[in-house]
Design a protein around this ligand. Sequence first.
Ligand SMILES: [Zn+2]
Length: 187
Amino acid sequence: MSEKTPESCDRCGNFLADSGYFFLEDKDGNKEYMCPTCRRKHIEDWYEEQRQLNSAVTMHAAIHRDWEHADEINQAVEEIMTAIKKFEERQWFPKLKDYYNESTSRGHKDLIPAGKIMMWGCAGRVMFTIEDSGGSWISTMVSDDDKTSTMGLHALYGTKEEILSLLDRATKTILDFHPDEEVGIGL
Ligand SMILES: [Zn+2]
């Protein structure tokens, strides 16, 4: 499947050959091409309007430290990382690591208050996705056999408060995972 390289930015019209480009794709597969400057403005405007954390916003804040919201977002990611490590320490190491490694299924699911938690493994890694019934979610990734801490942030969507609440519920719930064939790469 080959695709023609776009010539100009759909937002400002600048020639894209020298600058590199990004694109947004809608659900019908239509692409909007952007130069790096328009991409930066797009992410910053989106955050200012939505006030939600996602991978584009957190990556942007980590790179563009001069952005006025960078500090608050980087601080939020640090707090989320601390909560991820707590989940790893309380749930992964004492229980879930053995449960996963002794199971022959890849996908597993359980419920948490006002949400659910899914676990899916592939190629030596295990991904957890914790979803709130209100729409926020976070995915973490961990090595399936390391004895030291490897769990990290994979992707997320929601406010800092929503994400921390999700991780807190997932950490405090007495989890009882069961295999679920619907949990897989498409989720
Ligand atoms: Zn542009």
